[in-house]
Ligand binder design. Sequence first.
Ligand SMILES: Cc1cc2nc3c(=O)[nH]c(=O)nc-3n(C[C@H](O)[C@H](O)[C@H](O)COP(=O)(O)OP(=O)(O)OC[C@H]3O[C@@H](n4cnc5c(N)ncnc54)[C@H](O)[C@@H]3O)c2cc1C
Length: 545
Amino acid sequence: MIPLQEIQTDVLVIGAGISGLRAGLSARCAGASVLIVSKGAAASPGVIGFNAPVGPDDSVQSFFEDTFKGSIELANPALVRLLTENAAAAAVGMESLGLRLDRMRDGAWHLQKALGCSHPRLLHQENRTARVGMAALKRALAKGGAITRRDIFVVELLTTREGVMSGALAVDVRERKILFIRAGAVILASGGGGGIYAGGTYPKSLTGDGYALAFRAGAELVDMEFVQFEPCHCVYPKRLGLSTTLFAHGGRLVNARNERFVLKQYPAGEGAAPKDALARLVALEIRAGLGTEHGGVWCDLTDIPKKFITEGHSAYYRLFLKHGIDLTKQRFEVGPAAHTFLGGVAINTRCESTVPGLFAAGEVAGGVHGANRIGGNAGTEIHVFGAIAGANAAAHAKSRGARTLRDAARRAEKLAASLSAKGRSGRWNVFSKSIRELMTSKVGVARDEAELHEALGKLKKIGDEAAGVECENSLENFVGQIEIQNMARVGACVAEAALRRRESRGVHYRCDYPKRDDAHWKKNIYLRQIDGRMRVSSRKKGASA
Ligand SMILES: Cc1cc2nc3c(=O)[nH]c(=O)nc-3n(C[C@H](O)[C@H](O)[C@H](O)COP(=O)(O)OP(=O)(O)OC[C@H]3O[C@@H](n4cnc5c(N)ncnc54)[C@H](O)[C@@H]3O)c2cc1C
Protein backbone atom coordinates (compact mmCIF):
# COMPACT_ATOMS: atom_id res chain seq x y z
CA MET A 1 0.00 0.00 0.00
CA ILE A 2 1.20 3.51 -0.73
CA PRO A 3 -0.12 6.82 0.65
CA LEU A 4 -3.01 8.62 -1.02
CA GLN A 5 -3.13 12.41 -0.94
CA GLU A 6 -6.27 14.34 -1.79
CA ILE A 7 -5.83 17.84 -3.19
CA GLN A 8 -8.35 20.48 -4.16
CA THR A 9 -7.67 23.40 -6.47
CA ASP A 10 -9.66 25.73 -8.70
CA VAL A 11 -7.46 25.14 -11.74
CA LEU A 12 -5.18 22.17 -12.37
CA VAL A 13 -2.57 22.75 -15.09
CA ILE A 14 -0.92 19.63 -16.53
CA GLY A 15 2.50 20.63 -17.86
CA ALA A 16 5.15 23.15 -16.87
CA GLY A 17 6.45 24.22 -20.27
CA ILE A 18 5.73 27.78 -21.36
CA SER A 19 2.06 27.14 -22.18
CA GLY A 20 1.46 25.61 -18.73
CA LEU A 21 3.32 28.35 -16.86
CA ARG A 22 1.57 31.06 -18.87
CA ALA A 23 -1.82 29.42 -18.29
CA GLY A 24 -1.15 29.07 -14.57
CA LEU A 25 -0.18 32.72 -14.24
CA SER A 26 -3.20 33.92 -16.14
CA ALA A 27 -5.55 31.77 -14.01
CA ARG A 28 -3.85 32.98 -10.82
CA CYS A 29 -4.17 36.63 -11.93
CA ALA A 30 -7.89 35.97 -12.42
CA GLY A 31 -8.10 34.98 -8.74
CA ALA A 32 -8.13 31.18 -9.03
CA SER A 33 -6.06 28.85 -6.87
CA VAL A 34 -3.64 27.08 -9.21
CA LEU A 35 -1.71 23.81 -9.12
CA ILE A 36 0.77 23.16 -11.94
CA VAL A 37 2.12 19.62 -12.19
CA SER A 38 4.74 18.19 -14.53
CA LYS A 39 6.10 14.78 -15.25
CA GLY A 40 9.61 15.75 -16.36
CA ALA A 41 11.35 17.44 -19.27
CA ALA A 42 9.66 19.99 -21.54
CA ALA A 43 10.32 21.14 -25.12
CA SER A 44 9.90 24.80 -24.23
CA PRO A 45 13.51 25.51 -23.13
CA GLY A 46 14.53 24.88 -26.78
CA VAL A 47 12.47 27.79 -28.15
CA ILE A 48 14.82 30.38 -29.62
CA GLY A 49 12.21 33.04 -30.27
CA PHE A 50 8.60 33.80 -31.08
CA ASN A 51 6.79 35.74 -33.78
CA ALA A 52 4.95 39.03 -33.32
CA PRO A 53 4.06 41.50 -36.11
CA VAL A 54 5.89 44.47 -34.58
CA GLY A 55 8.28 45.39 -37.41
CA PRO A 56 7.89 48.73 -39.23
CA ASP A 57 6.22 47.33 -42.38
CA ASP A 58 4.55 44.36 -40.74
CA SER A 59 0.89 43.97 -39.78
CA VAL A 60 -1.48 41.54 -38.08
CA GLN A 61 -3.04 40.88 -41.48
CA SER A 62 0.30 39.97 -43.04
CA PHE A 63 1.10 37.66 -40.09
CA PHE A 64 -2.35 36.09 -40.46
CA GLU A 65 -1.84 35.51 -44.19
CA ASP A 66 1.62 33.95 -43.71
CA THR A 67 0.30 31.62 -41.00
CA PHE A 68 -2.80 30.57 -42.90
CA LYS A 69 -0.93 30.08 -46.18
CA GLY A 70 1.79 28.21 -44.25
CA SER A 71 -0.87 25.85 -42.87
CA ILE A 72 -1.72 24.91 -46.49
CA GLU A 73 -5.09 26.48 -45.75
CA LEU A 74 -6.01 23.95 -43.11
CA ALA A 75 -5.62 25.93 -39.89
CA ASN A 76 -8.70 27.12 -38.03
CA PRO A 77 -8.93 30.80 -39.14
CA ALA A 78 -10.48 31.89 -35.84
CA LEU A 79 -7.51 30.48 -33.91
CA VAL A 80 -5.02 32.03 -36.35
CA ARG A 81 -6.79 35.36 -35.88
CA LEU A 82 -6.34 35.07 -32.10
CA LEU A 83 -2.70 34.06 -32.46
CA THR A 84 -1.82 36.95 -34.72
CA GLU A 85 -3.86 39.61 -32.89
CA ASN A 86 -2.47 38.75 -29.45
CA ALA A 87 1.18 38.12 -30.30
CA ALA A 88 2.43 41.68 -29.73
CA ALA A 89 0.62 41.89 -26.37
CA ALA A 90 2.26 38.60 -25.35
CA ALA A 91 5.69 40.11 -26.03
CA VAL A 92 4.87 43.22 -23.99
CA GLY A 93 3.53 41.01 -21.20
CA MET A 94 6.71 38.94 -21.09
CA GLU A 95 8.85 42.08 -20.98
CA SER A 96 6.83 43.35 -18.03
CA LEU A 97 7.74 40.10 -16.23
CA GLY A 98 11.45 40.59 -16.85
CA LEU A 99 12.26 39.07 -20.26
CA ARG A 100 14.49 41.62 -22.00
CA LEU A 101 13.94 41.03 -25.69
CA ASP A 102 16.88 42.20 -27.81
CA ARG A 103 16.56 45.74 -29.12
CA MET A 104 18.47 47.82 -31.62
CA ARG A 105 20.23 51.13 -30.91
CA ASP A 106 17.08 53.11 -31.72
CA GLY A 107 15.12 51.10 -29.14
CA ALA A 108 13.11 49.10 -31.69
CA TRP A 109 12.93 45.35 -31.17
CA HIS A 110 15.58 43.29 -32.95
CA LEU A 111 13.72 40.93 -35.27
CA GLN A 112 14.84 37.84 -37.17
CA LYS A 113 13.05 36.41 -40.18
CA ALA A 114 11.84 32.87 -39.54
CA LEU A 115 11.09 30.29 -42.25
CA GLY A 116 7.79 30.97 -44.02
CA CYS A 117 7.50 34.56 -42.79
CA SER A 118 7.22 37.47 -45.23
CA HIS A 119 8.63 39.90 -42.63
CA PRO A 120 11.24 39.75 -39.88
CA ARG A 121 9.14 39.19 -36.73
CA LEU A 122 10.99 36.72 -34.52
CA LEU A 123 11.55 38.33 -31.12
CA HIS A 124 14.33 36.88 -29.02
CA GLN A 125 16.75 37.42 -26.18
CA GLU A 126 19.93 36.18 -27.82
CA ASN A 127 19.17 32.45 -28.12
CA ARG A 128 18.08 32.12 -24.48
CA THR A 129 14.56 33.48 -24.95
CA ALA A 130 12.72 30.50 -23.53
CA ARG A 131 15.00 29.84 -20.58
CA VAL A 132 14.90 33.46 -19.43
CA GLY A 133 11.16 33.66 -20.12
CA MET A 134 10.44 30.49 -18.14
CA ALA A 135 12.45 31.77 -15.18
CA ALA A 136 10.46 35.02 -15.28
CA LEU A 137 7.15 33.14 -15.38
CA LYS A 138 8.19 30.88 -12.49
CA ARG A 139 9.14 33.91 -10.37
CA ALA A 140 5.77 35.53 -11.04
CA LEU A 141 3.93 32.30 -10.23
CA ALA A 142 5.79 31.83 -6.95
CA LYS A 143 5.15 35.45 -6.00
CA GLY A 144 1.47 35.08 -6.83
CA GLY A 145 1.09 31.95 -4.69
CA ALA A 146 0.57 29.32 -7.40
CA ILE A 147 1.80 25.84 -6.50
CA THR A 148 4.16 24.06 -8.88
CA ARG A 149 5.07 20.39 -8.38
CA ARG A 150 7.52 18.30 -10.39
CA ASP A 151 7.77 14.54 -10.92
CA ILE A 152 4.00 14.21 -10.98
CA PHE A 153 2.73 11.91 -13.72
CA VAL A 154 -0.96 12.42 -14.50
CA VAL A 155 -2.44 9.06 -15.43
CA GLU A 156 -6.15 9.78 -15.82
CA LEU A 157 -8.52 12.70 -16.21
CA LEU A 158 -11.62 12.54 -14.03
CA THR A 159 -15.08 13.53 -15.16
CA THR A 160 -18.39 13.59 -13.32
CA ARG A 161 -21.17 11.23 -14.37
CA GLU A 162 -22.50 14.09 -16.51
CA GLY A 163 -19.15 14.21 -18.32
CA VAL A 164 -17.80 17.44 -16.80
CA MET A 165 -14.03 17.57 -16.25
CA SER A 166 -13.35 17.65 -12.54
CA GLY A 167 -9.79 16.64 -11.79
CA ALA A 168 -7.12 14.04 -12.30
CA LEU A 169 -5.46 11.01 -10.85
CA ALA A 170 -1.69 11.28 -10.67
CA VAL A 171 1.39 9.59 -9.29
CA ASP A 172 3.96 11.52 -7.30
CA VAL A 173 6.96 9.55 -8.51
CA ARG A 174 9.46 11.16 -6.14
CA GLU A 175 7.43 11.02 -2.93
CA ARG A 176 5.80 7.74 -3.98
CA LYS A 177 2.18 8.70 -3.50
CA ILE A 178 -1.07 8.60 -5.42
CA LEU A 179 -2.62 12.05 -5.85
CA PHE A 180 -6.36 12.44 -6.15
CA ILE A 181 -6.78 15.99 -7.46
CA ARG A 182 -10.19 17.62 -7.53
CA ALA A 183 -10.34 20.73 -9.70
CA GLY A 184 -12.94 23.19 -10.98
CA ALA A 185 -11.19 23.16 -14.37
CA VAL A 186 -8.28 21.32 -15.95
CA ILE A 187 -5.84 22.77 -18.49
CA LEU A 188 -3.86 20.34 -20.60
CA ALA A 189 -0.49 21.93 -21.42
CA SER A 190 1.33 18.65 -21.77
CA GLY A 191 3.22 19.36 -24.98
CA GLY A 192 3.74 17.14 -28.00
CA GLY A 193 4.50 13.51 -28.73
CA GLY A 194 7.93 13.63 -30.36
CA GLY A 195 9.05 10.98 -27.85
CA ILE A 196 7.04 8.27 -29.61
CA TYR A 197 9.50 8.40 -32.52
CA ALA A 198 13.08 7.11 -32.54
CA GLY A 199 15.83 9.71 -32.71
CA GLY A 200 13.53 12.75 -32.62
CA THR A 201 14.45 16.24 -31.45
CA TYR A 202 12.24 16.02 -28.34
CA PRO A 203 12.96 14.67 -24.86
CA LYS A 204 11.99 10.99 -24.88
CA SER A 205 9.65 11.51 -21.93
CA LEU A 206 7.30 13.61 -24.10
CA THR A 207 5.24 10.59 -25.07
CA GLY A 208 2.07 12.44 -26.03
CA ASP A 209 0.29 11.61 -22.75
CA GLY A 210 -1.98 14.64 -23.11
CA TYR A 211 -3.46 13.40 -26.40
CA ALA A 212 -4.12 9.99 -24.84
CA LEU A 213 -5.59 11.48 -21.64
CA ALA A 214 -7.92 13.76 -23.60
CA PHE A 215 -8.89 11.02 -26.04
CA ARG A 216 -9.77 8.60 -23.23
CA ALA A 217 -11.82 11.36 -21.56
CA GLY A 218 -13.88 11.70 -24.77
CA ALA A 219 -12.31 14.88 -26.20
CA GLU A 220 -11.99 15.31 -29.94
CA LEU A 221 -8.52 15.39 -31.56
CA VAL A 222 -7.81 17.13 -34.86
CA ASP A 223 -5.02 17.07 -37.51
CA MET A 224 -3.09 14.25 -35.82
CA GLU A 225 -1.58 13.11 -39.14
CA PHE A 226 0.59 16.23 -39.30
CA VAL A 227 3.92 15.58 -37.58
CA GLN A 228 6.74 17.92 -38.54
CA PHE A 229 10.21 16.47 -39.10
CA GLU A 230 13.55 18.24 -38.99
CA PRO A 231 15.11 17.19 -42.32
CA CYS A 232 18.77 16.76 -41.48
CA HIS A 233 19.84 15.35 -38.15
CA CYS A 234 23.20 13.66 -37.97
CA VAL A 235 22.48 9.91 -37.62
CA TYR A 236 26.00 8.60 -37.03
CA PRO A 237 28.08 8.26 -34.87
CA LYS A 238 25.60 10.14 -32.68
CA ARG A 239 22.24 11.81 -33.22
CA LEU A 240 22.98 15.55 -33.40
CA GLY A 241 20.84 18.49 -34.53
CA LEU A 242 21.91 20.69 -37.43
CA SER A 243 20.59 24.04 -38.67
CA THR A 244 19.09 23.86 -42.16
CA THR A 245 20.17 27.48 -42.75
CA LEU A 246 23.62 26.05 -43.61
CA PHE A 247 22.20 24.79 -46.90
CA ALA A 248 21.55 28.34 -48.03
CA HIS A 249 25.32 28.93 -47.78
CA GLY A 250 26.61 26.02 -49.84
CA GLY A 251 25.70 22.84 -47.94
CA ARG A 252 24.99 19.83 -50.17
CA LEU A 253 23.17 16.53 -49.81
CA VAL A 254 24.22 13.49 -51.83
CA ASN A 255 22.97 9.92 -51.92
CA ALA A 256 25.00 6.71 -51.81
CA ARG A 257 25.69 7.15 -55.55
CA ASN A 258 27.07 10.64 -54.94
CA GLU A 259 24.10 12.25 -56.73
CA ARG A 260 22.74 15.61 -55.53
CA PHE A 261 19.19 14.29 -55.57
CA VAL A 262 17.56 17.52 -54.28
CA LEU A 263 18.55 19.35 -57.49
CA LYS A 264 16.02 17.34 -59.51
CA GLN A 265 13.23 19.29 -57.80
CA TYR A 266 15.11 22.35 -56.57
CA PRO A 267 17.71 23.23 -59.25
CA ALA A 268 18.74 26.32 -57.26
CA GLY A 269 20.12 24.07 -54.52
CA GLU A 270 19.24 22.50 -51.17
CA GLY A 271 18.87 25.95 -49.60
CA ALA A 272 15.87 26.66 -51.84
CA ALA A 273 13.86 23.69 -50.53
CA PRO A 274 11.47 24.29 -47.62
CA LYS A 275 11.97 22.06 -44.56
CA ASP A 276 9.05 19.73 -45.28
CA ALA A 277 10.20 19.18 -48.88
CA LEU A 278 13.78 18.56 -47.79
CA ALA A 279 12.66 16.02 -45.17
CA ARG A 280 10.51 14.27 -47.77
CA LEU A 281 13.25 14.15 -50.42
CA VAL A 282 15.77 12.74 -47.93
CA ALA A 283 13.25 10.15 -46.69
CA LEU A 284 12.32 9.09 -50.24
CA GLU A 285 15.97 8.66 -51.19
CA ILE A 286 16.50 6.39 -48.19
CA ARG A 287 13.31 4.44 -48.99
CA ALA A 288 14.53 3.96 -52.56
CA GLY A 289 17.60 2.16 -51.22
CA LEU A 290 19.95 5.03 -52.03
CA GLY A 291 20.77 5.82 -48.43
CA THR A 292 24.02 5.42 -46.53
CA GLU A 293 25.11 2.62 -44.23
CA HIS A 294 23.48 4.08 -41.11
CA GLY A 295 20.16 5.00 -42.71
CA GLY A 296 20.83 8.55 -43.90
CA VAL A 297 22.25 10.48 -46.84
CA TRP A 298 25.56 12.34 -46.99
CA CYS A 299 25.67 15.95 -45.87
CA ASP A 300 28.65 17.91 -47.14
CA LEU A 301 29.38 21.40 -45.79
CA THR A 302 32.99 21.59 -46.94
CA ASP A 303 32.23 24.17 -49.68
CA ILE A 304 30.98 26.67 -47.09
CA PRO A 305 33.63 29.27 -46.14
CA LYS A 306 35.38 27.86 -43.08
CA LYS A 307 34.86 30.95 -40.91
CA PHE A 308 31.13 30.87 -41.51
CA ILE A 309 31.04 27.53 -39.72
CA THR A 310 33.77 27.91 -37.09
CA GLU A 311 32.65 31.40 -36.05
CA GLY A 312 29.11 31.91 -37.39
CA HIS A 313 27.93 28.47 -36.22
CA SER A 314 30.50 27.82 -33.54
CA ALA A 315 28.13 25.88 -31.26
CA TYR A 316 27.43 23.31 -34.01
CA TYR A 317 31.10 23.25 -34.99
CA ARG A 318 32.21 22.45 -31.44
CA LEU A 319 29.42 19.93 -30.82
CA PHE A 320 30.21 17.93 -33.95
CA LEU A 321 33.95 18.12 -33.30
CA LYS A 322 33.34 16.63 -29.86
CA HIS A 323 31.88 13.61 -31.62
CA GLY A 324 34.72 13.29 -34.11
CA ILE A 325 33.24 15.22 -37.06
CA ASP A 326 34.99 18.31 -38.42
CA LEU A 327 32.20 20.05 -40.35
CA THR A 328 34.72 22.02 -42.40
CA LYS A 329 36.59 18.93 -43.59
CA GLN A 330 34.40 15.87 -43.83
CA ARG A 331 30.94 14.78 -44.85
CA PHE A 332 28.61 12.93 -42.47
CA GLU A 333 25.31 11.03 -42.54
CA VAL A 334 21.99 12.82 -41.91
CA GLY A 335 18.32 11.83 -41.87
CA PRO A 336 14.94 13.25 -40.81
CA ALA A 337 14.08 13.50 -37.09
CA ALA A 338 10.56 13.80 -35.66
CA HIS A 339 9.93 17.27 -34.27
CA THR A 340 6.64 19.05 -33.55
CA PHE A 341 3.12 17.57 -33.46
CA LEU A 342 0.96 20.07 -35.35
CA GLY A 343 -2.44 18.62 -34.45
CA GLY A 344 -3.93 17.79 -31.06
CA VAL A 345 -6.91 18.42 -28.83
CA ALA A 346 -9.54 20.35 -30.82
CA ILE A 347 -10.21 23.70 -29.13
CA ASN A 348 -12.44 26.72 -29.67
CA THR A 349 -11.35 30.34 -29.26
CA ARG A 350 -11.71 30.01 -25.46
CA CYS A 351 -9.30 27.03 -25.54
CA GLU A 352 -12.16 24.76 -24.47
CA SER A 353 -12.04 21.17 -25.69
CA THR A 354 -15.21 19.26 -26.50
CA VAL A 355 -15.30 18.04 -22.87
CA PRO A 356 -16.77 20.75 -20.59
CA GLY A 357 -14.18 21.99 -18.10
CA LEU A 358 -11.21 20.61 -20.07
CA PHE A 359 -9.05 23.30 -21.68
CA ALA A 360 -5.93 22.84 -23.83
CA ALA A 361 -3.08 25.14 -24.84
CA GLY A 362 0.28 24.86 -26.55
CA GLU A 363 1.51 21.91 -28.55
CA VAL A 364 -1.09 19.52 -27.13
CA ALA A 365 -3.83 21.61 -28.77
CA GLY A 366 -4.66 21.37 -32.47
CA GLY A 367 -6.03 23.74 -35.10
CA VAL A 368 -3.50 26.58 -35.06
CA HIS A 369 -0.98 25.23 -37.59
CA GLY A 370 -3.03 23.01 -39.92
CA ALA A 371 -0.81 20.96 -42.24
CA ASN A 372 2.43 22.88 -41.68
CA ARG A 373 3.91 25.42 -39.29
CA ILE A 374 5.88 28.53 -40.10
CA GLY A 375 9.04 29.01 -38.03
CA GLY A 376 8.59 30.74 -34.66
CA ASN A 377 4.82 30.20 -34.43
CA ALA A 378 4.98 27.48 -31.77
CA GLY A 379 6.74 30.04 -29.60
CA THR A 380 3.87 32.49 -30.09
CA GLU A 381 1.19 29.84 -29.66
CA ILE A 382 2.37 28.82 -26.19
CA HIS A 383 2.24 32.39 -24.89
CA VAL A 384 -1.02 33.46 -26.51
CA PHE A 385 -3.10 30.33 -25.94
CA GLY A 386 -1.60 29.67 -22.51
CA ALA A 387 -2.92 33.06 -21.38
CA ILE A 388 -6.35 32.53 -22.97
CA ALA A 389 -6.74 29.05 -21.49
CA GLY A 390 -5.78 30.27 -18.01
CA ALA A 391 -8.29 33.13 -17.95
CA ASN A 392 -11.16 31.02 -19.24
CA ALA A 393 -10.40 28.05 -17.00
CA ALA A 394 -10.37 30.35 -13.96
CA ALA A 395 -13.78 31.77 -14.92
CA HIS A 396 -15.15 28.26 -15.49
CA ALA A 397 -13.81 27.00 -12.15
CA LYS A 398 -15.31 29.95 -10.27
CA SER A 399 -18.70 29.38 -11.82
CA ARG A 400 -18.97 25.74 -10.77
CA GLY A 401 -16.51 24.86 -7.96
CA ALA A 402 -14.93 21.44 -7.35
CA ARG A 403 -17.11 18.30 -7.38
CA THR A 404 -17.09 15.37 -4.97
CA LEU A 405 -16.30 12.57 -7.48
CA ARG A 406 -17.21 9.63 -5.23
CA ASP A 407 -16.50 6.90 -7.82
CA ALA A 408 -13.08 8.30 -8.64
CA ALA A 409 -12.25 8.69 -4.95
CA ARG A 410 -12.99 5.01 -4.41
CA ARG A 411 -10.83 4.10 -7.44
CA ALA A 412 -7.97 6.19 -6.07
CA GLU A 413 -8.22 4.46 -2.67
CA LYS A 414 -8.24 1.03 -4.30
CA LEU A 415 -5.26 1.91 -6.46
CA ALA A 416 -3.21 3.21 -3.53
CA ALA A 417 -4.07 0.07 -1.56
CA SER A 418 -3.05 -2.24 -4.40
CA LEU A 419 0.35 -0.71 -5.15
CA SER A 420 3.56 -1.32 -3.29
CA ALA A 421 6.27 1.32 -2.91
CA LYS A 422 9.02 -1.18 -3.71
CA GLY A 423 9.44 -3.82 -6.39
CA ARG A 424 11.32 -4.47 -9.57
CA SER A 425 10.40 -2.51 -12.66
CA GLY A 426 9.23 -4.38 -15.77
CA ARG A 427 11.08 -4.09 -19.07
CA TRP A 428 8.99 -1.24 -20.39
CA ASN A 429 11.86 0.11 -22.46
CA VAL A 430 11.55 -2.94 -24.73
CA PHE A 431 7.99 -1.89 -25.57
CA SER A 432 8.84 1.80 -25.98
CA LYS A 433 11.75 0.95 -28.29
CA SER A 434 9.46 -1.17 -30.50
CA ILE A 435 6.91 1.64 -30.71
CA ARG A 436 9.54 4.25 -31.57
CA GLU A 437 11.07 2.10 -34.29
CA LEU A 438 7.66 1.24 -35.71
CA MET A 439 6.52 4.87 -35.80
CA THR A 440 9.73 5.99 -37.48
CA SER A 441 9.74 3.27 -40.13
CA LYS A 442 6.00 3.04 -40.91
CA VAL A 443 4.43 6.34 -39.82
CA GLY A 444 7.36 8.63 -40.58
CA VAL A 445 7.88 11.36 -43.16
CA ALA A 446 6.61 9.22 -46.07
CA ARG A 447 3.82 6.68 -45.52
CA ASP A 448 1.57 4.43 -47.56
CA GLU A 449 -1.58 2.45 -46.94
CA ALA A 450 0.07 -0.94 -46.40
CA GLU A 451 2.58 0.49 -43.91
CA LEU A 452 -0.09 2.36 -41.98
CA HIS A 453 -2.24 -0.78 -41.69
CA GLU A 454 0.81 -2.72 -40.54
CA ALA A 455 1.63 -0.05 -37.95
CA LEU A 456 -1.93 -0.03 -36.62
CA GLY A 457 -1.93 -3.81 -36.20
CA LYS A 458 1.41 -3.83 -34.43
CA LEU A 459 0.59 -0.86 -32.19
CA LYS A 460 -2.55 -2.62 -31.01
CA LYS A 461 -0.56 -5.76 -30.30
CA ILE A 462 2.11 -3.87 -28.35
CA GLY A 463 -0.52 -1.93 -26.37
CA ASP A 464 -2.40 -5.15 -25.53
CA GLU A 465 0.78 -6.99 -24.59
CA ALA A 466 1.88 -4.14 -22.32
CA ALA A 467 -1.53 -4.09 -20.66
CA GLY A 468 -1.37 -7.84 -20.09
CA VAL A 469 2.14 -8.03 -18.64
CA GLU A 470 2.12 -9.74 -15.28
CA CYS A 471 4.46 -7.79 -13.08
CA GLU A 472 4.93 -6.79 -9.50
CA ASN A 473 2.36 -4.24 -8.43
CA SER A 474 4.91 -1.49 -7.99
CA LEU A 475 4.51 2.20 -8.67
CA GLU A 476 7.13 1.99 -11.46
CA ASN A 477 5.22 -0.74 -13.23
CA PHE A 478 1.94 1.13 -12.94
CA VAL A 479 3.50 4.26 -14.50
CA GLY A 480 5.47 2.27 -17.11
CA GLN A 481 2.40 0.36 -18.23
CA ILE A 482 0.33 3.51 -18.66
CA GLU A 483 3.07 5.34 -20.54
CA ILE A 484 3.39 2.49 -23.05
CA GLN A 485 -0.36 2.37 -23.55
CA ASN A 486 -0.36 6.14 -24.12
CA MET A 487 2.41 5.84 -26.70
CA ALA A 488 0.56 3.06 -28.53
CA ARG A 489 -2.69 5.04 -28.44
CA VAL A 490 -1.11 8.25 -29.74
CA GLY A 491 0.75 6.32 -32.45
CA ALA A 492 -2.56 4.80 -33.53
CA CYS A 493 -4.17 8.27 -33.66
CA VAL A 494 -1.42 9.52 -36.00
CA ALA A 495 -1.62 6.38 -38.16
CA GLU A 496 -5.45 6.39 -38.37
CA ALA A 497 -5.57 10.03 -39.42
CA ALA A 498 -2.71 9.50 -41.90
CA LEU A 499 -4.55 6.52 -43.37
CA ARG A 500 -7.74 8.51 -43.81
CA ARG A 501 -6.06 11.44 -45.60
CA ARG A 502 -5.64 10.10 -49.13
CA GLU A 503 -3.54 12.97 -50.45
CA SER A 504 -0.25 14.68 -49.61
CA ARG A 505 -0.35 18.07 -47.89
CA GLY A 506 2.20 20.00 -45.85
CA VAL A 507 4.18 17.65 -43.63
CA HIS A 508 1.95 14.65 -44.45
CA TYR A 509 3.24 12.71 -47.47
CA ARG A 510 1.50 9.61 -48.83
CA CYS A 511 3.65 7.69 -51.33
CA ASP A 512 0.45 6.20 -52.77
CA TYR A 513 -1.29 9.61 -53.03
CA PRO A 514 1.62 11.97 -53.73
CA LYS A 515 -0.46 14.96 -54.89
CA ARG A 516 -2.38 17.61 -52.98
CA ASP A 517 -6.11 17.16 -53.60
CA ASP A 518 -8.08 20.27 -52.64
CA ALA A 519 -11.27 18.98 -54.23
CA HIS A 520 -11.57 16.18 -51.66
CA TRP A 521 -9.23 16.98 -48.79
CA LYS A 522 -9.42 20.67 -47.96
CA LYS A 523 -10.83 19.55 -44.65
CA ASN A 524 -9.68 18.41 -41.22
CA ILE A 525 -9.67 14.91 -39.80
CA TYR A 526 -11.12 14.42 -36.32
CA LEU A 527 -10.70 11.48 -33.95
CA ARG A 528 -12.86 10.66 -30.99
CA GLN A 529 -13.40 7.69 -28.69
CA ILE A 530 -17.00 6.56 -28.65
CA ASP A 531 -18.03 3.40 -26.75
CA GLY A 532 -14.38 2.40 -26.44
CA ARG A 533 -13.71 2.61 -30.20
CA MET A 534 -11.92 5.24 -32.26
CA ARG A 535 -14.23 7.15 -34.57
CA VAL A 536 -12.58 8.94 -37.49
CA SER A 537 -14.43 11.69 -39.33
CA SER A 538 -13.58 14.58 -41.62
CA ARG A 539 -15.15 18.02 -41.80
CA LYS A 540 -14.51 21.19 -43.74
CA LYS A 541 -12.61 23.70 -41.61
CA GLY A 542 -14.79 25.77 -39.34
CA ALA A 543 -17.71 23.30 -39.61
CA SER A 544 -19.06 22.08 -36.29
CA ALA A 545 -19.38 18.42 -35.33
C1 LIG B 1 15.01 21.54 -29.76
C2 LIG B 1 13.73 22.28 -30.05
C3 LIG B 1 13.78 23.59 -30.51
C4 LIG B 1 12.61 24.29 -30.79
N1 LIG B 1 12.70 25.58 -31.23
C5 LIG B 1 11.58 26.29 -31.48
C6 LIG B 1 11.67 27.68 -31.85
O1 LIG B 1 12.74 28.28 -31.91
N2 LIG B 1 10.52 28.34 -32.13
C7 LIG B 1 9.30 27.73 -32.05
O2 LIG B 1 8.30 28.38 -32.33
N3 LIG B 1 9.19 26.42 -31.65
C8 LIG B 1 10.29 25.69 -31.36
N4 LIG B 1 10.18 24.37 -30.96
C9 LIG B 1 8.84 23.81 -30.69
C10 LIG B 1 8.40 24.27 -29.28
O3 LIG B 1 9.49 24.10 -28.41
C11 LIG B 1 7.21 23.50 -28.70
O4 LIG B 1 6.17 23.40 -29.62
C12 LIG B 1 6.70 24.22 -27.44
O5 LIG B 1 7.76 24.53 -26.57
C13 LIG B 1 5.70 23.39 -26.69
O6 LIG B 1 5.46 24.02 -25.45
P1 LIG B 1 4.37 23.45 -24.46
O7 LIG B 1 4.36 24.32 -23.27
O8 LIG B 1 3.10 23.24 -25.18
O9 LIG B 1 4.93 21.99 -24.08
P2 LIG B 1 6.31 21.58 -23.41
O10 LIG B 1 7.22 22.72 -23.25
O11 LIG B 1 6.82 20.40 -24.13
O12 LIG B 1 5.85 21.15 -21.95
C14 LIG B 1 5.08 19.99 -21.73
C15 LIG B 1 4.97 19.75 -20.24
O13 LIG B 1 3.99 18.75 -19.98
C16 LIG B 1 4.51 17.82 -19.03
N5 LIG B 1 3.80 16.54 -19.18
C17 LIG B 1 3.67 15.77 -20.28
N6 LIG B 1 2.95 14.67 -19.99
C18 LIG B 1 2.61 14.76 -18.68
C19 LIG B 1 1.88 13.92 -17.78
N7 LIG B 1 1.34 12.75 -18.15
N8 LIG B 1 1.75 14.32 -16.50
C20 LIG B 1 2.29 15.49 -16.07
N9 LIG B 1 3.00 16.31 -16.88
C21 LIG B 1 3.15 15.95 -18.16
C22 LIG B 1 5.99 17.78 -19.37
O14 LIG B 1 6.75 17.25 -18.32
C23 LIG B 1 6.26 19.27 -19.60
O15 LIG B 1 6.42 19.93 -18.37
C24 LIG B 1 11.34 23.66 -30.63
C25 LIG B 1 11.29 22.35 -30.14
C26 LIG B 1 12.47 21.66 -29.84
C27 LIG B 1 12.40 20.26 -29.30
